[in-house]
Design a protein around this ligand. Structure first.
Ligand code: ATP
Ligand code: MG
Length: 279
C-alpha cells in the first residue's frame, strides 16, 4: 500500500502540492487528472523522491519513506519511468534493458554472479524488448530511436525493475497513432497481473475511462475529487474542468496527431474557489 499524508511542497510562495492525503492499494489503477499546472507531476516527484516534501509524509507498506533517496525508494519497489536522460544514449536498446535487468538482479552482488547469470539476464532483456515491440530495434542505439520507441524503451526498463508500484506520467504524450496502443496494452497487461499498484497521469479521458478503477482530481495542488470513474467524470468539477470544452487533438503530438481527443483545461474554466473535495 502506497499512501501520502498531508503531502505538501512549496516553491517560494506557490503551493504546488497542497496537503494531499491519498492511499493507493495493490491491484488498482488510479488515474490522476487535472488541468495543466495542477501539480500532478510534482505529486509524482514527491512520491518517487525527485523532490523533497515541505511537509507531510509518503508511506510504502507501512514504512515512512519521506526522507529516503530515489534509489532507496526504487529498491523498495517504487517504479517511475526512466527519463530519457537516464538512458545510455550510445548503448543499444538491448544493452540498456540488460543493464536494468542486471541492476534489479544484482544489487550489491559480485561480478562473478553477474557472469554466471549472464545468459538468463540477456534472455529476460530480450523478452522485455519483445514485449514492448522493439524486437526489430534491439541493436539500435537508444539515442537513434524515434520518440515513441524511446518511450517504449523506458517502459521496458521500468518493467525490468519489477516494481510493485508503477507511475506513468502521460505515457502516450507525443506518440504516433501506431505507438499509443502498444503502451496502453502494456499498462493493461500490468493491470491484469492484479498485484501492482498503478498510478497514471493522463489527459485523454477515454483512456482514463477505460483503464482506471478510480480517478482522483488535482486542482491548484489540492485533491478535489476522488472516486469511482463514472461518478468522478460526472462530478461538477470534472465536467467544468474537462468536458465544458470542445475536445481537440492533442497539441503535444510530435509524431503526428494523437489518436484520442483530449480535454485540456484552460485556466478560465474552473475558478479556485469552485473546487469542492469529494465533488
Ligand atoms: N521545480 C519547480 N520550481 C518551481 N515551480 C515548480 C517546480 N516544479 C513545478 N512547479 C510549479 O508547480 C505547479 C505544478 O506543476 P506540475 O508540473 O506538477 O503540473 P502538472 O499537473 O503536471 O501539469 P501538466 O498537466 O501541464 O503536466 C506549476 O505551477 C509549476 O510551475
Ligand atoms: Mg505534468
Amino acid at each position: 500500500m502506497l499512501e501520502t499524508k498531508e503531502l505538501t511542497i512549496r516553491f517560494g510562495g506557490h503551493v504546488a502540492v497542497d496537503r494531499v492525503s491519498c492511499a493507493f492499494a495493490p491491484g488498482t489503477l488510479t488515474a490522476i487528472v487535472g488541468p495543466n499546472g495542477a501539480g500532478k507531476t510534482t505529486y509524482f516527484n514527491l512520491i518517487s523522491g525527485q523532490l523533497r516534501a515541505s511537509a507531510g509524509t509518503v508511506w510504502l507498506n507501512g514504512t515512512d519513506i519521506t526522507g529516503e533517496t530515489v534509489p532507496a525508494r526504487t529498491h523498495r519497489g517504487l517504479g517511475r519511468a526512466f527519463q530519457l536522460t537516464q538512458l545510455f544514449p550510445n548503448l543499444s536498446v538491448l544493452e540498456n534493458v540488460r543493464l536494468a535487468v542486471q541492476s534489479k538482479r544484482h544489487e550489491g552482488l559480485s561480478l562473478f554472479a553477474v557472469w554466471l547469470d549472464r545468459k538468463e539476464t540477456l534472455e529476460r532483456a530480450r523478452a522485455l524488448v519483445a514485449q514492448v515491440r522493439l524486437g526489430d530495434r534491439v541493436d539500435a542505439a537508444a539515442s537513434s530511436l524515434p520518440h515513441g520507441d524511446q518511450r517504449k524503451l523506458e517502459v521496458a526498463m521500468l518493467m525490468a525493475l519489477e516494481p510493485s508500484v508503477y507511475m506513468f506520467d502521460e505515457p502516450t504524450a507525443g506518440m504516433s497513432v501506431d505507438d499509443v496502443p502498444v503502451i496502453l496494452d502494456l499498462i493493461r497487461q500490468l493491470k491484469g497481473a492484479r498485484d501492482k499498484t498503478i498510478l497514471l497521469v493522463e489527459h485523454k479521458m477515454d483512456v482514463v475511462r477505460e483503464l482506471a478503477d478510480r480517478i482522483i482530481v488535482l486542482h491548484n495542488g489540492q485533491l478535489v475529487a476522488d472516486g469511482e470513474p463514472a461518478a468522478v467524470i460526472a462530478s461538477p468539477i470534472v465536467q467544468q474542468a474537462y468536458l465544458g470544452l470542445v475536445p481537440e487533438i492533442s497539441p503535444s503530438g510530435q509524431d503526428g496527431p494523437a489518436p484520442f481527443p483530449t480535454f485540456p483545461l484552460a485556466g478560465e474554466g474552473a475558478g479556485r474557489g469552485d473546487a469542492v473535495r469529494g465533488a
